[in-house]
Design a protein around this ligand. Structure first.
Ligand code: NAP
Length: 248
């Protein structure tokens, strides 16, 4: 039997990278998937690769109305909600000195407020219990250079995950974070651009960890599947690190 047979899942940031790989894996494991992303065309492209078991919704996860609409769409079109993957995120590679105030606010809105908003609307829809997976980062568990707002936002995601797990365990809802190390997605390439670094040098730096390489979106998706599915039925409030040994 497939791990998510009969389940309905929402994946935010499902147009690209880790979100797209996870949406495809969830569908392959039997889920119906709502692919939500600011990039509406990208979300459509992910949904098209899945077919009738998927639906694309253009949404800005920092907007309460958009978040409410994503949840409503899942329930109306697929009849309920079991899994929420809060994965949409952005990064600004800056120190406190060169980070604009608007950039700080945007990172917090997209990476942190989104988790609150999506949970606020999704949890009441998980009437039969459910699993929420939030994308943190290795930089939610340790510091990193030139990434002040991102480090703050991902640490918030890791601890919000614990608070949510405590509040909603009695309702049969588990909440965990998946914490990737450097993973080869468009975001990683964007970081190299933001820092003005050559991609080859940046990629070599990303590979500097015990396993000697960056991760793939598909490897992160497998960890998310574990947390989303009943295979992790006694796991809640945890921070699962998936980073080729980087934090070790
Ligand atoms: P990605 O390829 O850039 O995908 C992120 C997706 O989120 C994009 O489609 C992006 O759309 C979308 N998005 C951005 N802002 C949004 C908003 N306000 N509302 C809805 N969607 C929005 O990045 P990724 O590497 O897969 O990252 C996924 C998650 O993993 C993020 O939370 C990231 O912080 C985390 N993470 C990544 C790494 C890594 O090395 N890649 C490591 C640790 C953690 P646009 O393209 O239109 O902006």
């Amino acid at each position: 039997m497939n791990a998510l047979e009969g389940k309905v899942a929402i994946v935010t940031g499902g147009a690209s990278g880790i979100g797209r790989a996870t949406a495809l894996l969830f569908a392959a494991e039997g889920a119906k998937v709502v692919v939500a992303d600011l990039d509406g065309d990208g979300a459509e492209a992910t949904a098209a690769r899945i077919g009738a078991a998927a639906l694309a919704v253009r949404a800005d996860v920092s907007s309460p109305d958009d978040c409410e609409n994503v949840v409503r769409t899942a329930v109306e079109r697929f009849g309920g909600l079991n899994v929420l993957f809060n994965n949409a995120g952005i990064i600004r590679r800056s120190t406190a000195l060169d980070l604009g105030v608007e950039d700080w606010d945007r990172v917090m809105a997209v990476n942190v407020r989104s988790v609150f908003l999506m949970c606020k609307y999704a949890i009441p829809a998980m009437t039969g219990g459910g699993s929420i997976v939030n994308t943190g980062s290795g930089w939610g568990l340790k510091g990193g250079g030139n990434a002040l707002s991102y480090c703050a936002s991902k640490a918030a995601v890791v601890n919000m995950t614990r608070a949510l797990a405590i509040d909603h365990a009695a309702a049969g809802i588990r909440v965990n974070s998946v914490n990737p190390g450097d993973t080869d997605t468009p975001m990683l390439r964007d970081e190299a651009r933001q820092l003005g670094e050559d991609w080859a040098a940046f990629a070599a730096d990303a590979a500097d960890r015990p396993m000697g390489r960056a991760g793939t979106p598909e490897e992160i998706a497998q960890a998310v599947l574990f947390l989303a599915s009943d295979a992790s039925s006694y796991v809640t409030g945890s921070a699962l690190v998936v980073d080729g040994g980087g934090l070790a």
